[in-house]
Design a protein around this ligand. Structure first.
Ligand code: NAD
Ligand code: MG
Length: 390
């Protein structure tokens, strides 16, 4: 029996992970499931999978969770400390699928006890890539990528040496607005930004796909995870989302990974690694697909990609600033306080103001320092929004 935990179990990645585990439930012993406000779903899944503990991130929800779990053997818990305690429970495999920087601390805790961490939470690599990688190394733990592009790169690298890699190309669908005229983007509504042409994902990553902030995070994720130089990483717009990534080697060969846009592919690869097992995903029929389209990203349309380059060049804790400013700008867009294009403007302003403070940006990469600068960047984003909206 494999002991598994899922952080962010009620979300899009979490539910896809549960789907795979449910199909083969006898092989797994579920330790912890975590969620947020969706307590009913969390309790239902925890009961069905006979989890040891179910944790909601929000303490105010604990009574509701307790009530929903009454009469079962599942423990109910709530809050940040409870999440960390659950991440410390021995498990062979832990899915990190909380959205945002909140996934960092539980991910580190999971690595500290030597678990294999299946990492969907790209934000933690962007905020503290080196810290995560060093923690994994120090504790003999392993990180397996779950982002579809990074899983694709990881698979293309099986049996290869990273020193022979010339470039890594990650594809982007271009999001909801890839064919919109530039002038229309600022007036894009929340509903328009919340629907993705190919993937069915959580709301935040869907909006980040429309703005390309998601791809910007993924470029930094590629840099942190595979340790390749920023100039070796390319983004290619591929509207069909069938080719997830390509790896170019020094002899000019390009190895690519193709598959239907279904996250159970990447989740299942990380779950069964290093084996491959049957997965319930659609098989691609390329004759029916007929053509694959590619184009270069339009840099005027996607300022987030330029910001990612600046963050990688600056180094230090600028990734944490970038992510936190982006998360906060996204909160303000969702709340209707700023327009779609303002998210990039605000993020850029926050980066400029905090990068001017070397004592902050160049502080050691510890959880404490990352948390501190994350807070400061969120405050700076709030101030920038206030200034803008009066
Ligand atoms: P989602 O919004 O559907 O789910 C997020 C989960 O995190 C939920 O369980 C929620 O309760 C929990 N959560 C939210 N805020 C929290 C907090 N402050 N503390 C603790 N828990 C909290 O998100 P998602 O689309 O499943 O994405 C999860 C992660 O996976 C993100 O990092 C995202 O970038 C990444 N990812 C998602 C996809 C996808 O297809 N959805 C693909 C690649 C990568
Ligand atoms: Mg991705």
């Amino acid at each position: 029996m494999r002991r598994v935990s899922i952080f962010g179990a009620t979300g899009s990645i979490g539910q896809n992970t549960i789907d795979l585990i449910r199909r083969d439930a006898a092989r797994y012993d579920v330790v912890a499931l975590s969620g947020g406000h969706n307590v009913a779903q969390l309790a239902r899944d925890a009961r069905e999978l006979r989890a040891e503990v179910a944790i909601t991130a929000y303490e105010a929800r604990l009574p509701e969770l307790r009530a929903a779990l009454a009469g079962s053997d599942v423990e109910a818990a709530a809050g940040t400390q409870a999440l960390l305690e659950a991440a410390s429970r021995p498990a062979d495999w832990i899915m990190s699928a909380i959205v945002g920087a909140a996934g960092l601390a539980p991910g580190l805790r999971a690595l500290e006890q030597g678990s294999t961490l299946a990492l969907a939470n790209k934000e933690s690599l962007v905020c503290a890539g080196r810290l995560l990688m060093q923690t994994a190394k120090a504790h003999g733990a392993r990180i397996l990528p779950v982002d579809s592009e990074h899983s694709a790169v990881f698979q293309a690298l099986v049996g290869e040496r990273i020193s022979e890699v010339e470039r890594i190309i990650i594809t982007a669908s271009g999001g909801a607005f890839r064919d919109w005229p530039m002038e229309r983007l600022q007036t894009a509504t929340l509903a328009e930004a919340s629907s993705h042409p190919n993937w069915d994902m959580g709301q935040r990553i869907t909006i980040d796909s429309a703005s390309m902030f998601n791809k910007a995070l993924e470029v930094i994720e590629t840099h942190e995870f595979f340790r390749v130089a920023p100039e070796q990483i390319e983004v290619l717009v591929h509207p069909q989302s069938l080719v997830h990534a390509l790896v170019g080697f020094r002899d000019g060969a390009l190895m690519s990974h193709l598959g239907a846009p279904d996250m159970r592919h990447a989740i299942g690869y990380a779950l069964h690694w290093p084996d491959r097992r049957h997965l319930p995903v659609a098989r691609l029929d390329l004759a029916t697909v007929g053509q694959l389209e590619f184009r270069a990203p339009d840099s005027a349309r996607y300022p987030a990609l330029r910001l990612a380059q600046e963050v990688m060049a600056r180094g230090g804790l600028s990734g944490a600033v970038f992510n936190a400013a982006k998360e906060r700008a996204l909160d303000h867009f969702i709340a209707g306080r700023i327009g779609f294009l303002d998210m990039a403007t605000i993020t850029e302003q926050v980066l400029a103001s905090l990068e001017a403070q070397p004592d902050l940006i160049d502080a050691a990469m510890t959880l404490e320092n990352v948390t501190r600068i994350d807070d400061l960047a969120r405050q700076a984003a709030d101030q920038a929004v206030l200034k803008k909206t009066g």
